[in-house]
Design a protein around this ligand. Structure first.
Ligand code: IPM
Ligand code: MN
Length: 372
């Protein structure tokens, strides 16, 4: 398969983790005879520094002319601490999502057996967790009308949803549930918010088209607690933009590190793949950032094009790296942590040598780029 992939490494650790995904995708291309063409563009703080615009026209054009987008991370502390900044890095990502119509953000959350002890949660509570979060991505309070009065003393953000915006992601969530454990949990705040009541109404109506799927409701405050107490009760979580943002970071605790969580943002025409973590500026350039979230996002990219064998091989490689503790410091506190590059290299090598993948890896020599 020929794919044109736009690569937007972005800010902070974005470039170093994205680099590992490119290595991995190149290894997949060789192994399975695909042609992946990568074209790079700037976004976020990096783009503001060079062009004054967090999403330059050229970057948007490249994305529109590509089959898929691989995104790194966005954000820079110099803007976080300046509430009066008119231009912010995050605007680049938000505009990109809106311009490309990426209305559904899919965030898988899994408790890997080899990492159960890395989570601060009790092993017996998280073992076997496998959740897919469907977060609406182009509506709600993120995109509603914003207001700040002239005195700078009053502000508002409107939360708006239309039936159509709710319907399209609801269909995706139910279809996903049909091929999983056949349960959708709608997370909302219908006891308080009008928008949430509209979500309940529309989702309930559509549920009748999917009689094999059970629909369940939880208020977001309760859902936040249930995610920690009993995450196995969830299969597909369907929710609006801001609740999805918050609960997915919370859910990352189940997996042991936010550095593991990948995501796909899809619409009618375009698809973007990005780790859910931020730009982690404190780690930039230190080689300590976990590249797995980005690498698993690359696997989601392959799945999007029905390259399931290829994606599976990436998953196997990632699982092997976790099993063997070839991991960055977020998952490895006992002085045996390896660098961002090294994790990428291991996964790349595993893919390049699939015939070795059933072997006993006890003899792996860290620091060498080939599996022996
Ligand atoms: C995410 C991020 C973004 C969001 C930020 C960077 C705008 O936190 O993708 O979860 O809030 O959607
Ligand atoms: Mn977030």
């Amino acid at each position: 398969m020929k794919l044109k992939i736009a690569v937007l490494p972005g800010d902070g650790i974005g470039p170093e983790v994205t680099k590992q995904s490119i290595k991995v995708l190149n290894a997949i291309a060789v192994e399975f005879n695909h042609q992946f063409q990568f074209k790079y563009a700037v976004v976020g703080a990096t783009a503001i520094d060079t062009t004054g615009d967090p999403l330059p026209e050229e970057t948007l054009k490249l994305c529109e002319n590509s089959d898929a987008i691989l995104f790194g991370a966005i954000g820079d502390p110099k803007y976080d601490n300046d509430p009066s900044a008119k231009v912010r890095p995050e605007q680049g990502l938000l505009k990109l999502r809106k311009s490309l119509g990426l209305y559904a953000n899919i965030r898988p959350v899994k408790a890997y057996d080899s990492l159960l002890d890395k989570s601060p949660l009790k092993i017996e509570n998280i073992i076997g967790t496998d959740i897919s979060i469907y977060r609406e991505l182009t509506g709600g309070i993120y995109f509603g009308e914003k207001h700040l009065n002239e005195a700078g003393s009053e502000a508002s953000d409107l939360c708006f949803y239309s039936r159509e915006e709710i319907e399209r992601i609801t269909h995706l969530a139910f279809k996903a549930a049909q091929s999983r454990n056949k349960k959708v949990t709608l997370v909302d705040k219908a006891n308080v918010l009008e928008t949430s009541r509209l979500w309940r109404k529309v989702v309930t109506e559509l549920a009748s088209q999917y009689p094999d799927v059970t629909l369940d409701f939880l208020f977001v405050d309760n859902a936040a607690m249930q995610l920690i107490l009993n995450p196995r009760q969830f299969d597909v979580i369907l929710t609006e933009n801001m609740f999805g943002d918050i609960i997915s970071d919370e859910a990352s605790v189940i997996g042991g590190s936010i550095g593991l969580l990948a995501s796909a943002s899809v619409g009618e025409k375009y698809a973007l793949f990005e780790p859910i973590h931020g730009s982690y500026p404190q780690a930039k350039g230190k080689g300590i950032a976990n590249p797995i979230a980005s690498i698993l996002s690359a696997a989601m990219l392959l799945e999007h094009f029905c390259l399931f064998e290829e994606a599976k091989l990436i998953h196997r490689a990632v699982e092997k790296s976790l099993e063997l503790n070839i991991t960055t410091p977020d998952l490895n506190s006992n002085n045996t942590a390896v660098s961002t590059d090294r994790v990428g290299e291991f996964i790349q090598d595993f893919i390049a040598n699939p015939e070795d993948s059933n072997r006993n890896f006890a003899n792996i020599h860290l620091g060498q780029s080939t599996i022996i």
